[in-house]
Write a protein that binds this ligand. Structure first.
Ligand SMILES: CC(C)(COP(=O)(O)OP(=O)(O)OC[C@H]1O[C@@H](n2cnc3c(N)ncnc32)[C@H](O)[C@@H]1OP(=O)(O)O)[C@@H](O)C(=O)NCCC(=O)NCCS
Length: 170
């Protein structure tokens, strides 16, 4: 894998707000067959346990993760990396940050659902230590779902990569 910060410059990680909606909607449309609408996004921002994280490269939203922090469980709702920045470790980096924030919120476990045929995502989750707890037939229009979970004690402590500047991630 290329060294991220040398290849595409410094990455800024921070929590997102409703002001980031324009970038979120563009990224969502470029990666999802059934993209969330502005109302879907706004509804999430109103939840007190909602965690929206973004990674920015040259002021552009390059990746985002949406989760619900509900200790002892964290629910990973969305993980999206811009096609231009896929394969550089941003998805893995966002999961590492989520593990760290889950730990700080006294959470013990992260849960998610993923389309079984989404090979990139399933491989990423398996590499991060997630295990498959169950399956559901035709859960999505596109096919079956895998239910996966990660006990966060099974994940190593997060160490930010060089060049990742933290802002408001607490
Ligand atoms: C799935 C997704 C988030 C991965 O993000 P990413 O930043 O490209 O992933 P990373 O660069 O961090 O790669 C981490 C691991 O994922 C796996 N992976 C990444 N690209 C892959 C590919 N093309 N094929 C198979 N596995 C792949 C690899 O295991 C990789 O680890 P490695 O580099 O050590 O081999 C990204 O492809 C994406 O946004 N896809 C569209 C939206 C989506 O499907 N989200 C998940 C819904 S649950």
């Amino acid at each position: 894998m290329p060294v991220l910060t040398e290849t595409i410059g410094p990455i800024l990680a921070r929590k997102l707000t409703a002001d980031d909606l324009p970038g979120l909607v563009i990224l969502e449309k470029s990666t999802e067959k059934e993209p969330w609408t502005v109302d879907n996004f706004l509804g999430e921002f109103e939840r007190p346990f909602f965690l929206p994280l973004g990674l920015f490269i040259n002021n552009e939203l390059a990746a985002f993760l949406f989760a619900w922090l509900l200790p002892p469980e964290t629910h990973l709702l969305k993980l999206t990396v811009s096609p231009r920045f896929q394969g550089f470790g941003l998805g893995a980096g966002l999961i590492s940050i989520l593990v760290d924030l889950t730990r700080r919120s006294r959470g013990e476990k992260i849960l998610l659902e993923v389309l079984q045929t989404n090979q990139k995502a399933v491989t990423l989750y398996r590499k991060a230590g997630f295990t498959i707890d169950g399956r559901a037939k035709n859960y999505y229009l596109a096919g079956d779902a895998l239910f996966m979970s990660l006990m966060i004690d099974d994940f190593p402590a997060y160490r930010p990569k060089d060049g990742v500047i933290w802002e408001n991630v607490s």
